[in-house]
Design a protein around this ligand. Structure first.
Ligand SMILES: [Zn+2]
Length: 241
């Protein structure tokens, strides 16, 4: 029997009243079968809902892991009352499923984002940008943020080149490639990518800078993962309504 703490990032209901869970843990994404999860009497119901962080015990079965018991450790109740937040969490789940967990902080990143979506203490768009940049770092695409790639200038008139992840100053970027960064947005990107993970939502941006960051973070993640997911389109449609 194995015991894991994991976040349920996907639930597939089956005709036999069981369900398949996709579970994000520190060491990867696992599939676990739950017998009879939909039955009212099932003791496994509470810990097997989408976006529940649970202690899970499972045993190897014929077709993979089978859940023995589960106990919810953290449930993000408010998500289910907000279709936009739920759509964003689904986008996070889908990109991780499609691209993998990368380094060891992806689970903690997802939990932190869910915490702020649930508590409502941060703007949803900001949480999305934080996830997009930090997850890019987790999967090996951290932008090179120390300064202009040519002259090493630290700030002022720097642009981020999405493809290479490099910064270039105006003199070293005669064709104006990439996104010109305002000082606030440059600081925000450095903060998200370089801070301790517990703090990465602890900054504020004016509305205009927030919009600038949103465009750049989404393009950055989509470019590097080469995945433009339906769940992202769905979230953006809700966001524009
Ligand atoms: Zn330069």
């Amino acid at each position: 029997m194995i015991t894991k703490k994991g976040l349920i990032i996907g639930v597939t209901e089956l005709e036999d009243k069981g369900r398949y869970l996709r579970v994000l843990t520190l060491d990867g994404v696992h599939e676990i079968y739950v017998r009879g999860a939909k039955k009212v009497t099932s003791k496994n119901n509470p810990g097997t809902e989408i976006f529940c962080y649970s202690n899970l015990c499972a045993s190897p079965g014929k077709n993979g892991l089978v859940l023995d018991s589960s106990e919810p450790e953290r449930q993000f109740y408010n998500l289910r009352f907000d279709i936009k937040k739920l759509a964003l969490a689904n986008f996070f789940a889908e990109i991780i499923t499609a691209f993998g967990i990368g380094h060891e902080e992806t689970l903690n990143l997802f939990l932190l984002c869910l915490h702020y979506l649930d508590s409502g203490n941060r703007e949803t768009a900001l949480i999305k940008s934080v996830f997009e940049f930090r997850y890019s770092c987790e999967i090996g695409f951290m932008p090179k943020l120390l300064g202009c790639d040519v002259c090493h200038k630290y700030d002022g008139d720097l642009s981020l080149i999405i493809g290479s992840g490099k910064l270039l100053c105006r003199e070293d970027n005669p064709n104006n490639d990439g996104y010109a960064l305002s000082p606030a947005v440059l600081h925000a990107i450095r903060f998200i990518c370089l801070s301790d993970i517990k703090k990465i939502c602890d900054f504020k941006l004016q509305a205009e800078a927030g919009r600038e960051l949103s465009i750049i973070s989404e393009n950055y993640l989509v470019h590097h993962t080469e995945k433009h997911l339906k769940s992202l389109d769905y979230y953006n449609r809700l966001d524009n309504e």
